[in-house]
Design a protein around this ligand. Structure first.
Ligand SMILES: Cc1cc2nc3c(=O)[nH]c(=O)nc-3n(C[C@H](O)[C@H](O)[C@H](O)COP(=O)(O)OP(=O)(O)OC[C@H]3O[C@@H](n4cnc5c(N)ncnc54)[C@H](O)[C@@H]3O)c2cc1C
Ligand code: SF4
Length: 605
């Protein structure tokens, strides 16, 4: 049955490189210098090496334009940039009649050439991506996984999603799906239901019971890496490191892996079975999990180094709730959103009494409100600083909460909590005129003086954000940026060096974000760690990735393609009473229709 594993399935096609294999018979074209024997591990190694080459190429181009291009193997662009300086110099010297304003311009042009050449060298070979793929923080190959699904190759479709993102079940259900906002079909009717198609691939693929294996190197044990935090960032890093052949152990303070998506995201959006499928896929790659281990108490940098770990990655999330000043304890009727959600998920729900007010305007506030409604709150209000149009929660989430009975009190700032007889009675509020953000991105509300009014409440749940629990870091620790866009950094310990290289990624660097971002961050951190630990092996990785695909005949539009199919949902009057999943999966017919609408932009852009 080994051949049924997603990676191996692809080897039973005409070659084992996942990227090429998703091209269909008749349209395949090998990468230049591809031996036909490139596995997923080789591609990951090459991805690391490519980054390294790009970094060095950028630096070399500072010495002389074009040098970096030569180093990166891009000979023609190298000749172009290298020749620009002597050409323009020759031009100047030919017409030289003493310094003029024109020469000042020329100097400026020199500087511009240097700058553009460096930027181009550091960017490397420009791969053309479909807009949906370019918009995905994890860079999931959307057009190809849709094409595979269209052909009924769900397992390969899932394997292709897993290549960049191990949380196919989650992101098929609850991703903010920036890909759909950029889908070109949006200009011809409506965007493709990309997220629901990902769920279809996950549902069919996981139902087949096929789980991947790790790709160990040629018998040489890879580096031993410890990951702290089994949320999406930590698990994604573990997944990538295991695919590279590392021996990975993930430690978490909680007993079970999953992080926020296990302990906070409500069952009616992401059921337990789907979580288990995603997590099992990561652990099946040979990743060890140890629950109930808190870094800073049970583990330290020193103890991990003593246990033989060669690097440590902190992916501890942003799970420490921020509270409003003056808020009391749970016995007075004040709750934190994360604790409230965790209790509901853990089967020890808090049944909110009387009039419930949720404070906050983000997606967590919406989740809290929808859970509270299901737990019996029949008078529920969400109060936030922002207006309805500008609140950070996704518009579709706001609509769902409204349909299930939540009311909104936008443009409201808490001035002072009111407590009577040891219980919260509400708060004094001020109208918010406008909001601004300070240099650190923190929200600064401007309130209308004299606009005080009272909001009555018997239960207050605060969902105003959270921060990373990093009190275990030594005071001298600072952060060196590894990847700014994907929120990966390396910890620097000053003179008193740690015995073990340490990195950070995910929400604990970015602040509260999304699963697709946390996963991308974990993947990038893993590639960096492996690159730092196995320099020589990475240097040897070579794989010309400037493959091109043949185009296929394109049909721009068909009348039936203007109609988008959406998955069925429970009606709000039913959904507000149950924790059953609200949105269902696509039927085969709908999935086919949506997959047919995809224009496979990657073939013709
Ligand atoms: C209510 C809610 C709803 C959400 N809904 C969505 C959604 O619909 N779509 C979406 O994309 N995203 C959603 N998110 C965001 C998403 O869950 C997070 O962005 C993501 O989980 C962050 O991943 P992470 O691995 O960085 O951190 P986390 O998931 O927070 O994982 C961190 C892990 O580290 C562990 N840990 C912390 N400190 C220590 C320590 N000292 N020692 C050992 N272990 C430690 C924690 O126990 C935890 O398991 C939601 C978040 C919340 C709270
Ligand atoms: S039509 Fe298909 S390939 Fe093009 S942007 Fe939309 S999902 Fe992506």
């Amino acid at each position: 049955m080994d051949f049924l594993r997603p990676e191996n399935l692809l080897q039973f096609g005409y070659k084992d490189c996942l990227l090429c294999d998703v091209e269909r018979k008749g349209e395949e074209k090998r990468c230049r210098r591809c031996s036909g024997k490139v596995g997923q591990r080789d591609r990951l190694l090459w991805e690391i090496n490519r980054e390294r080459i790009r970094r060095i190429a950028g630096k070399l181009s500072l010495i002389y334009p074009g040098l970096g291009h030569f180093y990166g193997g891009r000979i023609l662009p190298g000749i172009f940039w290298a020749s620009l300086i002597p050409l323009s110099l020759g031009l100047v010297l030919n017409v030289w009649q003493g310094p003029t304003l024109g020469h000042a311009f020329l100097l400026l042009a020199f500087g511009l050439i240097w700058f553009l050449a460096r930027r181009d060298a550091a960017r490397g070979y420009a791969e053309r991506l479909a807009p949906c793929q370019a918009a995905c923080p994890s860079g999931v190959d959307v057009p190809d996984y849709i094409a595979l699904l269209r052909e009924g190759r769900a397992l390969e479709s899932l394997a292709l999603v897993h290549d960049r993102l191990p949380f196919a079940a989650f992101c098929g259900r609850a991703c903010p799906h920036p890909c759909e906002q950029k889908c070109v079909r949006g200009e011809y009717g409506a965007p493709i239901s990309i997220m629901s198609l990902k769920r279809r691939a996950a549902d069919l693929g996981y139902a087949a019971g096929v789980i991947p294996s790790s790709e160990l190197g040629d018998g040489v044990p890879g580096p031993k890496v410890a990951i702290i935090g089994a949320g999406p960032a930590g698990l994604s890093a573990a997944n990538t490191l295991a695919r590279l052949g590392s021996r990975v152990t993930v430690f978490d303070a909680q007993e079970e892996p999953g992080g926020m998506i296990r302990y906070s995201v409500a069952d009616f959006r992401f059921p337990r079975e789907a979580l288990i499928a995603d997590v099992r896929t990561v652990l099946a790659r040979g990743v060890h999990f140890q629950g109930g281990k808190t870094f800073g108490r049970d583990l330290t940098f020193e103890s991990l180094a003593a246990d033989g770990f060669e690097a440590v990655l902190l992916a501890v999330g942003a799970g420490e709730a921020i509270r409003l000043p003056g808020a009391g304890g749970e016995d007075e009727g004040f709750y934190d959103a994360l604790a409230f959600l965790a209790r509901a998920k853990g089967g020890r729900p808090i049944h909110p009494r009387g009039r419930v007010v949720v404070i906050g305007g983000g997606n967590v506030a919406i989740d809290v409100a929808r859970v509270a409604v299901r737990l019996g709150a029949d008078d529920l209000t969400i109060a936030c600083l922002e207006s309805l149009e500008t609140m950070p929660a996704f518009s579709w989430e706001v609509e769902e909460a409204t349909a299930e009975g939540a009311k909104f009190l936008p443009g409201t700032a808490v001035k002072k909590f009111l407590v009577r007889d040891g219980r919260v009675a509400g708060f004094e509020a001020l109208r918010v005129e406008r909001i601004e953000f300070d240099a650190k991105g923190r929200i600064v509300p401007h309130t209308v003086s004299g606009s005080e009014f009272e909001v009555r409440a018997d239960t207050v749940i605060m969902a105003i954000g959270s921060r990373a629990p990093l009190e275990f870091l030594p005071p001298q620790a600072s952060r060196g940026t590894v990847d700014r866009a994907l929120h990966v950094c390396r910890l620097l310990f000053g003179e008193k060096r740690s015995k073990i290289p340490a990195y950070m990624c995910g929400d604990c660097v970015r602040g509260p974000g999304t699963v697709v971002e946390a996963s991308a961050s974990g993947r990038r951190a893993a590639l960096n760690i492996y690159g730092d630990l196995c320099v020589e092996e990475v240097r040897k990785a070579r794989f010309a990735d400037n493959y091109r695909r043949r185009t296929e005949p394109q049909e721009n539009d068909r009348p039936e393609w203007r109609v988008r199919r959406n998955p069925p949902r429970l009606p709000p009057e039913q959904s507000r009473r149950t924790f059953e999943e609200v949105e269902k999966g696509f039927t085969a017919d709908c999935a086919q229709h949506e997959a047919d609408r995809c224009a496979r932009c990657n073939l013709w852009l």
